[in-house]
Design a protein around this ligand. Structure first.
Ligand code: DX5
Ligand code: ZN
Length: 217
């Protein structure tokens, strides 16, 4: 499975989002972190802004909802044209119903797990989703260091997906960089979110190429 690189615009300049989306035009998806100051202690952007980002982005939008009550709010992001909408397992009341609704609206459905949330209770639901997001930092902020203890969970998730014969993507988010991406790919992830590593690079296109090459090695 070829690696996908999804830069997180959390590390972009919020006053120049159109410019900073154009800067990652060679990446696979633009990762957009929606935070509500309740599920996580940070507040970013909401549906009106994401709707505009969908319109101006050169690449599809991958929305990561770090919000309470995704059952109520997530479908709106699919209706706005996000290619992928990921909600947190810890916040969803009816994850299967919500995943089905997102798919019906034409988006890929993603289920996210915080670092301390085990994957085992969700293994029976894998056929209902298109992507499992394993958080490799505590959600809320960019620029944190990768939590090594999440690697076994990535491995177990990939093994369960393979065993079930499913085509579910495994996304990792948090602390992905040149120095961690090979270990993460080896554990079975195929979608890599990187915020500070990409937007902090001297050359953004070169960094995207380097991360993709390391993940595919
Ligand atoms: C954190 C966000 C991430 C963040 C990752 O809660 O979900 O997408 O942008 O930032 P880095 O890549 O800097 O760890
Ligand atoms: Zn994210």
């Amino acid at each position: 499975m070829a690696a996908l690189i999804n830069p997180s615009i959390l590390s972009a300049d919020f006053a120049n989002l159109e410019r900073d989306l154009a800067a990652i035009g060679t990446a696979d998806y633009a990762h957009v972190d929606v935070m509500d100051n309740h599920f996580v202690p940070n507040l970013t952007l909401g549906l009106p802004l994401v709707s505009r980002l969908v319109e101006v982005s050169p690449i599809p939008i991958d929305v990561h909802l770090m919000i309470e009550d995704p059952d109520r709010w997530a479908p709106g992001f699919a209706e706005a044209g996000a290619a992928s909408v990921t909600f947190h397992a810890e916040a969803a009341r009816a994850p299967v119903r919500l995943a089905r609704e997102l798919r019906r609206l034409g988006a890929r459905a993603g289920l996210a797990l915080k670092p301390a949330t085990p994957v085992e209770p969700f293994l029976d639901l894998l056929s209902e989703i298109d992507m499992l997001l394993v958080m490799t930092v505590e959600p809320g902020f960019g620029g944190q260091s990768f939590i090594e203890g999440t690697l076994p969970k990535i491995r177990r998730a990939r093994a369960a997906i393979s065993e079930a014969g499913l085509d579910v993507w495994v996304q990792v988010d948090g602390g992905v960089s040149r120095s961690t991406i090979e270990r993460i790919a080896d554990a079975g992830a195929n979608v890599f979110v990187a915020g500070s590593a990409v937007y902090g690079a001297a050359s953004i296109p070169a960094e995207i190429d380097t991360l993709r090459a390391l993940a595919n090695a």
